[in-house]
Design a protein around this ligand. Structure first.
Ligand code: 48H
Length: 259
């Protein structure tokens, strides 16, 4: 026999427990696209407490759409080890080009990040940041549905040692810090420079250099990193997104271990 209210209690109790435990963490990642999920996977694997807030119902960002909804992704040789480690099937296309299903890659990445211990919350947007003493100390969160409905609902907060902007092209967290704190970002202009036109070779090359700290305790990865530093977009090649997530996890791991 099944009791409907027991089912409801099980869901509400376990969700409430997980989100309460997630209000203080080592790293908050804003955005559950490929770069954010990859960063979450590596950080969780290292034993850090990592929380991902993803705006939409379905994590994955631009990955499931592949290229123009042809649901395949291309990755280059240097990023293939990440897919091998995760257990994603790849096929060789030509020298330096591998193909994978965008859906399988997303499914595996999300599953592996959660299995390693990352706390992934969908339907929650990071709408602002906590900045005390000129350092980012956490994020301000709200139900995406409240914003979609245009309801005036005050938000809640979550604290972390570091925050990652993995919000993709929009680089939302970098923008909000730049706009509201009045301080300069660690970019050539001191602000968000803005993404440049498509150029896969260059976009992938500069992405790893651009993956770094841009304001005390705030890091950028993925497409947001190129948007912040004025790097080109690169179309549906996803190797750089994975490597950028891996790099930001390594930077944070080194940083957090020094504490
Ligand atoms: C919570 C948020 C918020 C917010 C946004 O766009 P993404 O897939 O980002 P990346 O950088 O991991 O991957 C980029 C890739 O998908 C891509 O777009 C490429 C390679 N483009 C090249 C080209 O030429 O177009 O994911 C970002 C995620 C999304 O799921 C958003 O819903 C989410 O972040 N998000 N989540 N709070 N404020 N803003």
């Amino acid at each position: 026999m099944l009791d409907d209210v027991v089912i409801s209690k099980a869901i509400i109790e376990s969700y409430t427990k997980e989100i309460l435990e997630s209000l203080e963490s080592d790293v908050i990642i804003c955005g559950g696209g490929p770069s954010g999920l990859c960063a979450a996977y590596y950080l969780a694997q290292e034993g850090f407490k990592v929380v991902v807030f993803e705006r939409t119902l379905r994590p994955g960002g631009g990955m499931p759409g592949g290229g123009m909804m042809f649901n395949k992704i291309v990755v280059q040789e240097e990023s293939k080890p990440v897919l091998d480690e995760l257990g994603v099937t790849t096929t060789h296309y030509k020298e330096n080009y591998y193909l994978a299903s965008s859906l399988e890659t997303l499914g595996v990445l999300l599953s592996q990040a959660i299995k390693k211990g990352a706390h992934v919350f969908n339907c929650i947007s990071a709408e602002d940041v906590l900045v005390y003493d000129n350092k980012v100390q956490g994020v301000v969160i709200n139900w995406t549905a409240a914003a979609v409905a245009n309801f005036h609902v005050d938000p809640l907060t979550a604290r972390s040692s570091c925050v990652v902007d993995a919000t993709g092209h929009a680089a939302e967290i970098a923008h909000v810090v730049s706009r509201k704190s009045g301080a300069k970002l660690m970019t050539p202009t001191g602000e968000v420079v803005g993404e440049k036109p498509m150029w896969a070779e260059k976009g992938e090359k500069v992405l790893l250099t651009n993956t770094k700290e841009i304001f005390p305790n705030l890091y950028v990865c993925g497409m947001a990193a190129n948007a912040v530093f004025g790097g080109p977009r690169m179309g549906p090649i996803f190797g750089g997104m994975l490597l950028s997530g891996q790099k930001v996890a390594r930077l944070l791991s080194e940083r957090l271990r020094q504490k």
